[in-house]
Design a protein around this ligand. Structure first.
Ligand SMILES: [Fe+2]
Length: 402
């Protein structure tokens, strides 16, 4: 997409977006492209035998599949990947790759498709069982310097930012939990963000994925203790937060220009959490799959988590940098203003409005999340392990509405 298509926001915003897009393409050996004409991208990366992973129906409905298969007629497709993909699905995808001797793997779909493709390609190449790859850099720590082939990602929602991250979330139904692979070799080799592919998202998906993107951007921005991980992390986050504030309302009524800005914001969110990880909202909502949309859960836990973070003066200071986006003269007022924005979008006030959530689940979550010592320690305001149950319970029950 050339600059003229983007020249529709305020001047300051335009300059920031252009700077960010330049930065997004600067990771050595990787490419993140923003275009509404992706055929050349598809052809460029379609080397040798190509496997393509897709979700259920939306790739047909949106015309994405026709466009891709015309550009890459030699591809073989595995479709039907479900939202919140599970271990068994990744195993079937791995078997598909094992049987096909493919040179290139494309993933076209929402974050679920991209995440599952990352996991399947990792298992296929390493022959390490999936269960042994959950955790942080489980492959690359064992085999430093042994680079793997990586997927080519084409997102069709504007939320997870999976096109720019090392993360893959997979549900383990036997254990009743979602598990995370955070593996440097899972960052896609190339991502192609095609804003018009998101046009077919219904309103509820647009809202939930938009909230997920906003949660990534805000959690990353507030993560003051990870500032040194990348010099541009906060610039990406701030630009993305501005975009969501200005354009998520328009995306909800299907304005194509707003859709385009949200696609950029989601990619910026992915870039942000690649270097500045999410905090307590994502930790606490991690295993609520099937009960509430992921993005809605994360964003609804943010205000109370943020109020806890304010005990760190550096977070209070960082919060005031958001006061021009979420107006307020104090950090508390900025959070209130942020929450008012969510209310305008139609995000419920309290988690108790979701029938599959309960005070008992909040209690259980406070215990299970309290076992993730690394995440507690790395939070913008660390959570002492011995007090974790009390602190997390407080955040969860207040967000629930008890
Ligand atoms: Fe998320």
């Amino acid at each position: 997409m050339n600059g003229s298509r983007i020249l529709s926001g305020s001047r300051l915003l335009v300059r920031e977006i252009m700077n960010c897009l330049q930065l997004l393409t600067q990771a050595p050996g990787e490419e993140l492209v923003l275009t509404n004409e992706p055929a050349a991208f598809f052809k460029k990366y379609a080397r040798g035998r190509c496997a393509v992973f897709t979700g259920r129906k939306s790739v047909e409905a949106s015309g994405t599949w026709d466009e891709f298969s015309t550009a890459v007629p030699q591809s073989e497709r595995f479709s039907g990947i479900e939202p919140e993909p599970c271990v068994e699905t990744v195993e079937r995808m791995t078997a598909f790759l094992d049987a096909g001797n493919y040179d290139t793997v494309f993933a076209i779909g929402g974050g679920s498709v991209l995440d599952a493709a990352k996991a399947a390609f990792l298992v296929h190449q390493t022959k390490i069982p999936l269960q042994e790859l959950f955790g942080v850099n489980m492959y690359s720590q064992k085999f430093p310097g042994k680079d793997l082939a990586r997927i080519i990602a084409v997102p069709t929602t504007s939320g997870t930012g999976s096109e720019a991250t090392q993360y893959s979330n997979i549900v383990d139904h036997n254990a009743g939990v979602k598990k995370l692979i955070a593996e440097a070799q899972c960052v896609p080799l190339a991502g192609c963000v095609v804003p018009r592919y998101t046009n077919s998202m219904p309103r509820d998906v647009t809202l939930a994925t938009g909230c997920d993107a906003l949660a990534h951007l805000l959690e990353g921005f507030l993560n003051v203790r990870a500032d040194s991980n990348h010099p541009e992390g906060n610039t990406w986050a701030l630009a993305g937060i501005r975009l969501v504030k200005e354009f998520l309302p328009g995306a909800l009524v299907n304005d194509p220009c707003a859709r385009e800005k949200m696609a950029i914001a989601a990619a910026l969110g992915g870039m942000t959490i690649r270097f500045k990880s999410t905090g307590l909202p994502h930790l606490c909502s991690f295993s609520w799959f099937g009960r509430i949309a992921h993005g809605i859960a994360a964003i609804m836990l943010l205000p109370e988590s943020w109020r806890y973070y304010l005990g760190n003066p550096a977070v209070a200071e960082r919060t005031m940098l958001l006061s021009e986006i979420f107006p307020g003269h104090t950090p508390e007022a900025v959070i209130d203003s942020f929450r008012a924005f969510l209310t305008e979008l139609g995000v419920p006030e309290k988690l108790k409005e979701f029938p599959d959530l309960s005070p008992e689940l909040m209690e259980r979550t406070a215990c299970s999340a309290g076992e993730n010592k690394m995440k507690l320690e790395l939070a913008p305001r660390p959570v002492p392990v011995e007090e974790s149950r009390f602190i997390l319970q407080n955040i969860l029950l207040k967000s629930y509405g008890e």
